[in-house]
Design a protein around this ligand. Sequence first.
Ligand code: LFR
Length: 489
Amino acid sequence: GAARSYAAVDLGATSGRVVVGRVGRGELTLTEVNRFANVPVRLPSGLHWNLPGLFTGILDGLREAARTAPAVTSVGVDTWAVDYGLLDADGALLGIPYHYRDARTATVAPQVRDKAGAQELYTVNGLQHLPFNTVFQLAAARDTAQLAAAEKLLLIPDLLTHWLTGSVGAEVTNASTTGLLDARTGEWSRDLAARIGLDPALLPPLRHPGESAGELLPHIVAATGLAAGTPVVTVASHDTASAVAAVPLTAPGGAYISCGTWSLAGLELPGPVLTEASRAANFTNERGVDGTFRYLRNIMGMWLLEECRRVWAARGEPSELASLLADAARAEPFAAVIDPDAPEFLAPADMPAAIAETCVRTGQRAPASRGALVRCVLESLALAHRRVLRRAAALAGRDITRIHLVGGGSRNDLLCRFTADATGLPVIAGPTEATALGNILVQARADGLVGDLAEMRQLVADTQELRHFEPSGDLRAWDAADARVVTAP
Ligand code: LFR
């Protein structure tokens, strides 16, 4: 049959985009119709997302999408995980959703963990401990007027879908990042909710990728020019789940790193790993499409570099990526290495200073130039990729023979090369827009245009540009550097 079009709304921590995907037999092409900055806003209450501003960018994008041919068949929404908005009894949003980097959970998270029991939590929800998991954000909100007035909790993509369609639901891949979903049953754990004093009635019915999430509301149709009755299809609304769905894992032995603001490094598994060793290593069991599990760890990712560039730009210093990477390529190897996951890198005001302080505190010299600092970040990320993937393989009892690096970070040759060299494994880089592709492909599948997950991935492998990085073969320098990393507890 003829090719069909779908619109993907994909919001990341630093930018949002609306992408139109054309899918046909042996055809999969993306056109970005709008990209807009995602700039968080600091208010007296803390750090928040500018959600109405983002919604405007979405509508602008959908208006562009409505002008493309063939006409858009459906729309799907994915964003980052864990964050949420609360609706009151009238369906109005209560307050402005918090950004997961807001500091209010820092003291609450360990308290909840100690009270509920880290092991007990993990055997139920299988989730890595991150201070901003929804369950900890809700514990921090416990005595607030907003939570008292709340009728429903909607995760960010579900909230945007609600604004587009009026429907209320909780998409399951993203629900698995809240800490309130039972990893074994895939249902909300009312027991966990009760344990943190949360009314389980706040949690909407679950919905699964491929199901309908309603039709565009009349005023959205009028504002965008999309056809009346255009459905919003439930996609893997956690961006990482969409990205993993589009990783061209066409043979056994493949691991993935979804590399953007975060590096999410791990394996796709048929079931969760809920062992004590897995908990101690802080691995997560997040849900993927078709009942798969994303067994992975968050690594702080390109956030370190993005934040350095933001600080340099604000000071009027050079911050252009290509020339920073060229400087990094010429800088001295392994001059300093850090653990990118140290808590001091989660939300520092001045990332270059935070990195320099950590180097000094761990008995190394502070990087002497911007190029040296970028090299330190990229080598340290490659070492973190290596530690996490080796650990994942050991904990899941799998062999890794190659690494798929997808997302914006796959454009970074130096990071791809370092990751291949550090692990001693070939790295297949791309697709860069894995998240948007995964979003589009789940819609195309709901539309009957592609088959199962394997077929979706084969289409990605056949149509998208992938680049291969062979490891240098000499691991000694990387072994020595890894031994110098002082890892955060
Ligand atoms: C990546 C991501 C990660 C999640 C983090 C916070 O964009 O969704 O998977 O841990 O953002 O939500």
